[in-house]
Design a protein around this ligand. Structure first.
Ligand SMILES: C[S@@+](CC[C@H](N)C(=O)[O-])C[C@H]1O[C@@H](n2cnc3c(N)ncnc32)[C@H](O)[C@@H]1O
Length: 423
């Protein structure tokens, strides 16, 4: 495809995302199915452009004085992809495929972009107005900057699986991917955010992945899992195991000692858990699926650690899923809060006396984090807060929890509370 056609396709997909309020992934898939002529480079270009436009949707509209998908896509090319305005103009004017020649106003705005200094925080931080109070509660006067960091492209983070290899050996195998070590975490590696228009080789295709040497996992998720503490030889329950990202990290920390239990209220989400565990060399995993009559039977009061990776709005992952920030609603936030209360109440009885309940979300909002913990502690006075591991103390909140964000930690946003059941 020529650039004009690719740009027109990105405008079409962005329009579809916004008018039908569907995930970008589905709109891109639908476009791909309609556009059999598009090759893998075209798909990478269109997908990268749509996602980048979604990342800064509001600030682009504000600076262009136009909230159309066309304006967002053209501005992304000029300001984010650093195309010259002449190049944008030439591609747009492509007679057969392009979205049409730039107007004089578009040309002027692209050539002379205004700053965001006078923009409201929600515009500077690229999130919907109704979330401003939620962002303000956590980030105060720096919420615009926190939002900007959530609008950056994310790196690809890897977790080296110590059940299968040594970090040094894995780093050698990963060298062709351009990985960088992560300070303070020898089992983590990072591939800097790729160029948006190119489809980078999927890390899953290299032989070391097939051998189970590493997993793709955001560094924040790895740190959250590490907050389970010293768990070798213990009884550990991953209560919301889902696809098993945290389960496998917990398994590596246990080194096939003790017993790791995995549970989720949705059996379908755990479908890949057994094969993933096998590939990763996990031998101490027991899956307790909700298809069983009483999946948690016999486990009350037996766990040293119950890890609750709770359902949440995912506001910490906007870098990776920028469409979700425009779809999230107050009703959805309320629903997630109710689910978080339920999940805490269901998980707590499994914790043994002196054991720990580790509550994690990938959301930044206090309503899903501190407020849920405060409400839980009021309902369950046998539990009390303890400090998360000292290694991560630089991200401790004044209340003694952990909050990671792209701005403070260079990771996705995560919240961790470590609670202990009194003796
Ligand atoms: C954030 S996701 C888990 C992601 C997973 N731990 C990982 O690292 O890949 C939250 C999970 O909680 C599950 N869930 C929601 N309500 C639940 C409940 N009451 N009990 C157990 N799991 C629940 C959802 O099905 C979903 O899989």
């Amino acid at each position: 495809m020529r650039d004009g056609g690719r740009i027109e396709a990105a405008i079409e997909v962005l329009t579809d995302v916004e008018t039908r309020r569907v995930p970008a992934r589905l709109a891109l898939k639908a476009w791909g199915e309609r556009s059999r002529f598009a090759g893998s480079k075209d798909r990478a270009f269109v997908s990268g452009l749509v996602l980048d436009a979604l990342r800064r949707r509001r600030s682009l509209a504000w600076r262009m004085g136009d909230d159309s998908p066309r304006a967002a896509v053209l501005a992304t090319l000029a300001w984010d992809w650093r195309w010259s305005v002449d190049r944008v103009a030439e591609a747009a004017a492509d007679e057969t495929h392009g979205p049409g020649a730039l107007t004089p106003d578009e040309t002027a705005r692209l050539n002379d972009p205004i700053t965001l200094d006078a923009a409201p925080d929600a515009v500077r931080g690229d999130y919907p107005d109704w979330l401003d109070t939620h962002m303000a509660r956590v980030f105060g006067g720096t919420r615009g900057e926190a939002g900007q960091a959530l609008a950056e492209r994310a790196p690809v983070d890897l977790r080296i699986n110590t059940l299968k290899t040594e970090p040094e050996r894995a780093m050698k195998a990963l060298a062709p991917l351009g990985v960088e070590p992560v300070e303070g975490m020898v089992t983590a590696a990072r591939i800097p955010a790729p160029d948006p228009a190119t489809r980078t080789g999927a890390v899953e295709t290299i032989p070391a992945f097939g051998k189970g040497w590493f997993e793709v996992q955001d560094l924040g998720s790895q740190i959250a899992a590490a907050c389970a503490g010293e768990i070798a030889g213990k009884q550990v329950m991953d209560f919301c195991a889902g696809g098993g990202g945290k389960t496998l990290a917990l398994a590596a920390a246990m080194g096939n000692t003790g017993q790791l239990w995995a549970h989720d209220s949705d059996a379908r989400r755990m479908a890949d858990l057994i094969p993933r565990g096998r590939r990763a060399g996990v031998r101490n995993l027991q899956v307790r699926s909700p298809v069983e009559a009483e999946p948690l039977k016999g486990l009350d009061g037996r766990m040293d650690v119950v890890f609750v990776d709770a359902p949440c709005t995912g506001s910490g992952t906007w870098r990776r899923h920028p469409d979700t920030k425009w779809r999230i609603s107050p009703e959805q936030l309320e629903r997630r809060m109710a689910e978080q209360d339920t999940v805490l109440d269901q998980a707590a009885p499994l914790v043994k006396t002196g054991g720990r309940l580790v509550y994690v979300t990938c959301s930044l909002f206090a309503e899903e984090n501190e407020d849920r913990i405060a409400a839980f502690l009021a309902r369950a006075p046998g539990f009390g807060r303890v400090d998360p591991p000292a290694d991560y103390s630089r991200w401790r909140t004044p209340d003694g929890f952990l909050r990671l964000s792209p701005k403070t930690a260079g990771t996705d946003g995560f919240f961790v509370a470590v609670l202990e059941r009194a003796g």
